[in-house]
Design a protein around this ligand. Sequence first.
Ligand SMILES: Nc1ncnc2c1ncn2[C@@H]1O[C@H](COP(=O)(O)OP(=O)(O)O)[C@@H](O)[C@H]1O
Ligand SMILES: Cc1cn([C@H]2C[C@H](O)[C@@H](COP(=O)(O)O)O2)c(=O)[nH]c1=O
Length: 218
Amino acid sequence: MAELTFWTGTMDAGKSTLALQTNHNHAARGRVGLIFTAHDRSGEAAVTSRLGLTHDAIEVTDDFDFWRHAVDALTHGARIDYLICDEAQFYTPEQIEALAKITDELQIDVFCFGILTDFRTRLFPGAARLVELADRTEVLQVEALCWCGKRATHNARVEDGVMVTEGDQVVVGDTDRESGTAPSAVSYEVLCRQHHRRRLTAARAQSVSLVPEPLPFG
Ligand SMILES: Nc1ncnc2c1ncn2[C@@H]1O[C@H](COP(=O)(O)OP(=O)(O)O)[C@@H](O)[C@H]1O
Ligand SMILES: Cc1cn([C@H]2C[C@H](O)[C@@H](COP(=O)(O)O)O2)c(=O)[nH]c1=O
């Protein structure tokens, strides 16, 4: 029986790496797959891992029809054993439903990878639908860490050095602060829940700790 699996974790947890490893392992055994992504950080239609691996992919736009794509390919004699779907949080709920239909009706394994929640700690619609429909939702074993050393569970958005909690749900960006070039560049930082709640990013924690203690007399 084919399965729909959702692999999730914070940003920088290793999801794209696992997506490429999954593809590699299946392809190495002669299975044939298709690779999809949406809004990859690279700006290309590609799955890119921070470990340096990269693979061309089919870009999933909001009007992309997974069912039509798969049926057309099969009708033209192509073989499809599995789908790799990166950045799946950006897919629409209808596209996730199509992936479930492909799993059940075409017996094609579907491996989805994506973050669960946005910078406001709210579920992405595509991720929510995946949790509702997937045969299995797995959390990546490799732990991304908050600056305090605890497991990072939340994604923070940083604009001009300040953590923000309002804005568009989708703003493509990286966790590497150096990658932002414009002064208003958006970056992301993974935090534990407590520090996300307190809006205490690494930079802010450091600046707070550098404030001299008040002298013990008035
Ligand atoms: N220089 C490095 N050496 C070892 N591991 C690295 C290095 N850079 C990144 N990584 C690993 O890559 C992970 C990020 O992988 P990636 O697939 O890009 O994440 P995601 O898709 O979840 O955002 C990091 O959590 C870390 O484990
Ligand atoms: C939290 C959050 C993230 N994004 C974007 C930022 C990145 O482009 C991707 C996540 O990529 P990764 O491979 O998991 O690092 O999502 C966003 O648009 N909105 C958000 O709230």
